[in-house]
Design a protein around this ligand. Structure first.
Ligand code: ZN
Length: 679
């Protein structure tokens, strides 16, 4: 049985200690015309003995739901029969517990209880977004996609919606012809003129297609995902296809083909064999709320990372591929331990990118080791800046700045979401790596940890114990003293910046060990414009910028320009730049051609202009907010508008949100709405 902890974000986990869903079968009928999903979820559950379920009393099994219309619950174990069920009180964050009464003879010979729930999703389903054909690239077919992380799977099917509960599954998903379905699982073919009926069975039905899938690796509910629409695909390698609407397929293929397989090979070298079979990429419509989502076998990505091959956004692909090990193979046991997913993934992502830089250097006669350190340092220092900015914005005492936050009062994990688990988690791992000597010493442990915990869900104490056990038996006496001196409580449980963050001279400070060569040019240019316009009064720079070894900024590669604009926006978080400074910046880094092909650059530039009170940025901002629903862009842009001193910006924020909120994914719509209420 998989390892189970009590997860405060799941009624099922809290009520059913020791119980678990082992296998699932999902039969879903998707009707884009009336934006509905109905079908049946069949779950093979195992329960704690003696008795069934703890808190709810013997004979009851609890599942998570949100806004589901549950019609019928049956026991599939012989003799099959209908079961009594009840829906509990709805919680605004956690949804509604579904309690199912179980007879004493419910178990089959394998010790499983097989329950089939017939249900329909409601229009309030927070996991799903239905797009009208006008909202798609091709504008000729509707589209539907899911996003279940963190706790939205329960609005798609009744489940134990905790990352601590993993199950294998099969799925039959029906759509009207000629639509196709892609799922975060292994495709098993399609049956034409067949559809899932009301009772969940697959029957003949003209004009429908049923796609079959299988996920043989146990996954938590939040990694169940599908998309349906007019989908085409093109191969990048034997194990990677890119899926997209046909109209965007070539562009997506051109962007990812040069890097995807290379990233995967590098990741295997660092983390161990890739075990999921397929590693496909799906480029979604612009309303996809995240940069990427690591859905197994089929990573979901936003089209906003397509940037004309300038290399500034493909780190998202490295990140999602890295999740195949950190997050998907070894998952956090509850959202309080989310850093075990994201901190580890950022760590692996940056190792992958550094490995690629090293390989490139080696193949062009350069120094691979130097290139590795420079790329890793560049990425890490950018992350450190984001961490500093996040802690500054949230406040150094904010409880959600703890690496392991307390969610025991039943909060919405989406509210706790920030860069903290990513960047504080990454920083912590780099520190732990330094404590044992560096990459060479740490990597065998990293691989062993992933191999030992594969298919399990883990919590922070488990990781700490594994780390100490492994290294205490391997390192010499002085190193053991270092291990003993680790202030775990501060790293894991104290709010604010991590220890040693500002102590850049300490030998175990990650900062002291980062190679800042690539970052220096970015920092110098940001501080050049910052200091020349320090009061925001628009004085032109007294002298020209002197480029360093990274060359003239107008010729910089995409990643440096993105880093520069990010850095400048951090410098000028409180004092906006003067309008006169904006054109100087634009010409210095040759922004015009970059703006056309790179939405990240567009977003960063619009934010700087809005803060400077540049009214001519308003139309561009509205256009971006109308087309793109990625939270990384829409939340800060709405926040910048609503908190602006310019009345026109504030008014436009409210009217625009009313206009566009129905076109965003429910998660994005919810979060922007909360942001606007807070201001
Ligand atoms: Zn991630």
């Amino acid at each position: 049985m998989p390892f189970v902890v009590r997860d405060p974000s799941s009624f099922a986990s809290m009520a059913t200690a020791g119980g678990s869903v082992r296998r699932a079968s999902l039969n879903l009928r998707i009707s884009p015309e009336d934006a509905s999903i109905a079908g049946a979820a069949t779950l093979a559950v195992v329960v704690q003995k003696p008795g069934v379920g703890e808190a709810e009393g013997a004979g009851t099994f609890v599942l998570d739901t949100r806004a589901l219309a549950v019609q019928r619950v049956c026991l599939e174990t012989a003799p099959a029969r209908e079961l009594a069920f009840s829906l509990g009180v709805e919680d605004a964050h956690l949804g509604t517990p579904l309690s199912i009464s179980l007879p004493p003879d419910a178990e089959n010979e394998n010790g499983e209880i097989v329950i089939k729930v017939q249900y329909a999703c409601s229009p309030e389903c927070s996991a799903v977004q239905f797009l009208k054909k006008e909202q798609t690239l091709g504008k000729s077919h509707p589209y539907v996609f899911t996003q279940c992380q963190a706790i939205h799977a329960r609005s798609l099917f009744p489940c134990m919606d905790s990352p601590g509960v993993k199950f294998t599954y099969e799925a039959n998903v029906s759509v009207p012809a000629p639509l196709s379905v892609a799922m975060a699982a292994l495709p098993q073919g399609v049956t034409e003129n067949a559809a899932v009926a009301e009772d969940g069975s697959v029957t003949e039905e003209d004009g429908w297609r049923t796609f079959h899938f299988k996920q043989p690796t146990p996954v938590p509910a939040y990694l169940v995902a599908f998309a349906a629409g007019n989908l085409a695909k093109k191969a990048i390698s034997d194990r990677i296809d890119v899926y997209c609407e046909p109209e965007g397929l070539e562009e997506a293929h051109a962007e990812f083909a040069p890097v995807a397989e290379r990233y995967l090979v590098a990741a295997e070298d660092i983390a161990g064999p890739y075990t999921w079979g397929r590693c496909d990429l799906l480029v979604l419509p612009f309303s996809f709320p995240y940069g990427g989502m690591e859905n197994p076998c089929l990573t979901f990505v936003t089209p906003s990372i397509l940037s004309g091959g300038d290399g500034s956004q493909t780190h998202v692909i490295a990140h999602e591929i890295a999740h195949s090990w950190t997050g998907n193979l070894v998952s956090c046991a509850s959202w309080e331990h989310f850093w075990l997913n994201e901190g580890f993934t950022v760590f692996l992502e940056r190792k992958i990118l550094a490995r690629i830089a090293a390989d490139d250097a080696a193949s062009s006669g350069g120094d691979a080791k130097v290139a590795h350190a420079r790329e890793f340092g560049f990425q890490a220092l950018g992350g450190a800046q984001e961490l500093k900015e996040t802690v500054g914005r949230m406040g150094p005492d904010h409880r959600f700045t703890c690496l392991v936050p307390d969610l025991s009062t039943g909060e919405d994990p989406d509210d706790a979401f920030s860069k903290i688990p990513y960047e504080k988690g990454f920083y912590t791992l780099v520190y732990l790596e330094l404590c044992v000597g560096g990459d060479e010493e740490f990597n065998p442990f990293f691989k062993a940890w992933l191999a030992t915990k594969a298919n399990m869900s883990v919590h922070t104490e488990e990781f700490k114990t594994a780390y100490l056990d492994y290294f205490n038996s391997k390192v010499d006496l002085p190193r053991r003293a270092v291990l003993e001196s680790i202030d775990w409580n501060s790293w894991l449980h104290k709010p604010g910046l991590p220890p040693l963050f500002d102590d850049t001279s300490a030998s175990l400070s990650p900062h002291a060990n980062y190679d800042a060569t690539l970052r220096d040019g970015v920092m110098r240019l940001a501080s050049y414009f910052h200091h020349s316009d320090i009061m925001g009064i628009g004085t032109p720079p007294a002298s020209a910028f002197v480029p360093g070894p990274e060359g003239d900024p107008s010729t910089w590669p995409g990643p440096l320009v993105v880093a520069f604009l990010t850095e400048l926006s951090v410098h000028r978080a409180s004092t906006p730049l003067h309008m006169n400074t904006l054109p100087l910046i634009s010409s210095c880094v040759a922004l015009s051609p970059r703006l056309d092909r790179n939405l990240e650059v567009q977003f960063l530039w619009l934010k700087l202009r809005l803060r400077a009170g540049d009214s001519s940025a308003l139309d561009g901002t509205c256009a971006l907010l109308r087309t793109c629903g990625r939270m990384k862009y829409v939340r800060p842009l709405f926040q910048t508008l609503i908190s602006s001193k310019v009345p026109e910006f504030r008014e436009r924020a409210s009217t625009l949100f009313e206009e566009v909120k129905g076109t965003y994914h429910p998660i994005a719509s919810k979060m922007v709405s909360r942001d606007l209420q807070c201001e």
